[in-house]
Design a protein around this ligand. Structure first.
Ligand SMILES: [Zn+2]
Length: 435
């Protein structure tokens, strides 16, 4: 074969690949990775409220909606404002135990409910098992007034159900009963540190400590400087845009993903939230791109929600003041945790919308896409919840398997595998086309 023919056949072979195969996917995955990387970057401050990280994320999403030509849903604007209250940690977060300085978010977390606390205090350690014994607790409380109690909460074998419930009841009292005189609580365990974010501030500071080289029985002194500020009326916003469908009907398909995460713990530590939920946002934005190039049959509404991590508040605000007629929603799919997939996907509300779930299973099998498509019942654990409560047919779908990072500083873009992102996207594309 001549050089010319060789070159020509190479070009001819390359054409189908360029048109619909690997190259297109590689390009799309570059976009997906760049979205995850952008939203998980330090400048987005964990997409919380202190430092306006969630606000910045909403601007990014609105920018992508605009680029794709989406119709703004709120009187010419993509934004829908609402207020929430949030306990923030805007300043110092320094903790030392017996002179050992702890590393924030690696060795310890400040419970999201905590008020500020500074000073040096004595520590009174007790065992988890002591929490089942009320007279023992009262005795310790007598000594520990204005100081800290440390609970060695490491797993113990052979706890009866009765003991378990007494322990958790008494632990709650120690954490939050305002009438107790103790200054703070240290909960020492070897469990993974998992953070959250809350709308309220409790009575006393609670620290979750996991540092194997410190013997909890020997800890006698805590020195700490923790700033906390409850912001009662923080204004945040959802992002809402639409692509018109070709059918001409007012039936609407809705694709949602929350863009907020846990924000910051102090000035330096942020929670990247790559899987939770930069990944879901990148899935939603992939469909923004897809449907802006290839018009969908039905009007398709894209909703980026704020306030999910703090109590599913953004989607609640939307359902209370809907920018689309909820009765016209043909189907809603919420993406939250789309970044793994080694074990396929789980579908919340599968047992309610059985036919739709069977459709997903059949499409997956016919196209050999994901390892598993598993059903789950109703669960009010993400933004689909309020829609479901209003009778909107909806699925919440999340990927399974892969990394264990969740609500911690290790949920990073660099280590997010995105293992099954392409087959997941293809499955959902086929599903949306079949609605
Ligand atoms: Zn989430």
């Amino acid at each position: 074969m001549s050089y010319f023919m060789k070159t020509l056949s190479k070009i001819l072979l390359a054409v189908p690949l360029l048109c619909c195969g690997q190259d297109l996917v590689a390009q799309d995955m570059d976009y997906v990775r760049s979205v995850v990387k952008t939203l998980s970057a330090p400048g987005y401050k964990g997409r919380g409220y202190f430092g306006d990280g969630a606000k910045k994320a909403s601007e990014f999403i609105a920018g992508e909606f605009k680029k794709a030509g989406l119709i703004p849903l709120n009187q010419g604007s993509y934004y829908q404002n609402f207020n929430l209250s949030v306990n923030t940690f805007p300043g110092r977060v320094d903790v030392s135990l017996n002179g050992n300085k702890l590393v924030t978010a690696k060795d310890f977390l400040v419970d999201a409910s905590s008020p500020a606390c500074s000073g040096t205090f004595r520590i009174f350690p007790i065992l988890r098992s002591d929490l089942a014994n009320t007279s023992k607790i009262l005795e310790i409380l007598n000594h520990a007034a204005e100081h800290f109690i440390l609970i060695d909460n490491r797993k113990v074998l052979a706890e009866t159900a009765e003991q378990k419930s007494a322990i958790s009841r008494n632990l709650d009292v120690l954490k939050s009963d305002p009438s107790l005189k103790i200054k703070g609580l240290i909960i020492y365990s070897t469990d993974k540190l998992t953070w959250t974010t809350l709308t309220e501030q409790g009575s006393r500071i609670v620290l979750h400590v996991n540092r194997a080289d410190l013997d909890p029985a020997k800890l006698t002194q805590i020195e700490l400087n923790v700033d906390a500020e409850l912001v009662p009326e923080y204004s945040t916003r959802n992002v809402a845009g639409m692509i018109k469908g070709s059918s001409g009907t007012d039936s609407t398909v809705v694709i949602t993903a929350h863009f907020d995460h846990l924000g910051m713990l102090g000035k330096d530590v942020y929670f990247p939230g790559a899987n939770d939920n930069a990944s879901g946002v990148s899935m939603m934005l992939s469909f923004v791109k897809q449907f802006s190039k290839k018009q969908p049959k039905y009007n398709t509404v894209f909703l980026g929600f704020s306030g999910e991590e703090i109590g599913i508040l953004g989607s609640r605000a939307f359902v209370e003041n809907p920018l689309v007629d909820l009765r016209k929603i043909k189907f809603l799919v919420n993406f939250d945790l789309a970044g793994t997939g080694d074990e396929g996907i789980k579908v919340v509300n599968a047992t309610i919308h059985r036919d739709r779930f069977q459709q997903l299973v059949a499409l997956n099998a016919a196209n050999k896409l994901l390892k598993k498509v598993e059903p789950r019942g109703k669960a009010c654990n993400s933004d689909h919840c309020w829609f479901h409560e209003q009778g909107v047919p909806s699925f919440f779908i999340y990927t399974q398997g892969g990394i264990a990072a969740y609500h911690d500083i290790y949920d990073r873009a660099e280590t997010l595998p995105l293992t099954a992102f392409v087959p997941f996207f293809r499955l959902m594309d086929k599903f949306f086309n079949q609605l």
